[in-house]
Design a binder for this molecule. Structure first.
Ligand code: 7TS
Length: 416
């Protein structure tokens, strides 16, 4: 079974750019990579950019006046400008390089949170969050004594904005911190509306964009979010690099987090002063190759066009959901395709998700099984783990068909 996707998406040309997709899995079957929510594959452009940096102009940044250091600095700062444009930040000073979403959220907790949150204050998060947007706040709450409230997830797999309105009306809410797209349910949360509600109540909003920025256009100014965190490795960039976007006036007022080289203006033995943004938050030798690689990842995605990326993935996800619905005994969690990112987490009768993932792997199909760093959500779903197929720009309907065939084989093996 196959469908004609209506968008002029040349998936074969895209696949040709990803060397890893052309290997045989276990030397026998073609690789079908459906674990994109965990990490995406990398196009030649990004791989070559890393290689080029290390071969031709590897040097530390912001330090030397020598030619290599100047070239490295230019490429590193050039990447920041590319990312600023990609997310439509107001200034490149609002774009801070971190190791990823996790570090970006911890940075906000340990700087803005540590400086501003006190007993009586409320932070609103949600029950669908990745652990990286739960645990940093729990650690800080133990120390600072503020309260965390978690927006419940409805049976339809979405957040109830009436609950948010009610909690905001009670007062004392300082921060709403939520994911943009769920890595399990795929739910696309209405963060622009949530930002409006938070601001009307005098609260800030942090958005975990780890699962949105790889898949849809992001404009931090039109969303009007205060902080936006994401990782490079889920958006065809390298591991170990990510971004914290923050509104300039907030970042200016925040104390630094890590201390060391580059983040200072003047160091004396009796005290130090801090560098300007964004360097105040970039202590030590930064992830130079990673940042440059992320710049090229953004170039690659921009060349495809994020509207087109989103349109293709929506069709692919709708197709996958239709096909998964045909499989007896299989339940996909979360909303329908109209409100869903490119994720299908499912249970399959009583077959353990790890057994499903292992058997699919034998057929060359990479999916993830487990709690996907969302234990509270799985508690609510009533299962400790799910199997998850997640899609990206290079996946095809034929790969989804292969997944369905393989799932029938899994069932056979377990009923034999
Ligand atoms: N937030 C969300 C929504 C995520 O999906 C992830 C990673 C993170 C934060 C953390 O990103 P990191 O790059 O800092 O690790 N999610 C997954 C996943 O679903 N499977 O593996 C990693």
């Amino acid at each position: 079974m196959s469908i004609n996707l209506s968008s002029p998406w040349d998936v074969n040309t895209i696949r040709a750019e990803f060397p890893i997709l052309h290997q045989m899995h276990h030397d026998q079957v073609p690789l079908i990579y459906l674990d994109n929510a965990a990490s995406s594959q990398k196009p030649r452009l990004v791989i070559d950019a890393l290689d080029d940096y290390y071969r031709r102009y590897n040097a530390n940044v912001h330090r030397g006046v020598h030619k290599l250091s100047e070239a490295a600095t230019e490429a590193y700062e050039g990447a920041r400008v590319k990312i600023k444009k990609f997310i439509n930040a107001g200034s490149k000073r609002e774009v801070i390089f971190t190791r990823g979403t996790t570090e970006s959220i911890n940075l906000v907790a340990q700087t803005w949170g540590r400086a501003n949150l006190k007993p009586g204050d409320v932070v609103i998060s949600s029950a669908m969050e990745h652990h990286s947007n739960i645990v940093p706040w729990q650690i800080l709450a133990q120390e600072k004594g503020f309260t965390i409230k978690y927006l419940p997830v409805t049976g339809a797999g979405v957040l109830d904005l009436d609950v948010l309105r009610g909690w905001l009306a009670e007062g004392n809410v300082r921060l709403v911190t939520v994911m943009h797209v769920s890595n399990v349910l795929g739910t696309v949360n209405p963060v622009a509306e949530m930002a409006k509600l938070a601001h009307e109540a005098g609260a800030l909003i942090l958005v975990d964009g780890a699962q949105s920025i790889p898949h849809m256009p992001i404009d931090v100014q039109s969303l009007d979010v205060d902080f936006f965190a994401f990782s490079g490795h889920k958006m065809v960039g390298p591991t170990g690099i990510g971004i914290l976007y923050g509104k300039r006036h907030l970042l200016e007022a925040m104390p630094p987090w890590m201390g060391g080289g580059d983040m200072i203006s003047r160091v004396r033995l009796d005290g130090s002063t801090w560098n300007d943004l964004p360097y105040k938050f970039e202590a030590g030798t930064p992830i130079i190759a990673g940042a440059i690689g992320l710049g090229f990842a953004v170039d690659y995605l921009s060349s495809l066009g994020m509207e087109a990326v989103h349109a293709y993935e929506q069709q692919l996800t709708a197709y996958a959901l239709d096909r998964l619905a045909e499989v007896p005994g299989l339940t996909v969690y979360g909303p329908d395709a109209s409100q869903k990112g490119a994720v299908a987490a499912f249970s399959y009768g009583t077959i353990h998700p790890h057994d499903i993932a292992q058997m699919l792997d034998a057929d060359g199909i990479a999916v993830r099984a487990g709690h996907h760093c969302a234990m509270p959500l799985h508690d609510q779903l009533g299962c400790g783990a799910t199997a998850r197929a997640s899609f990206y720009i290079y996946n095809t309907t034929a790969e989804i068909d292969a997944l369905i065939e393989a799932l029938y084989k899994v069932k056979q093996a377990f009923t034999a």
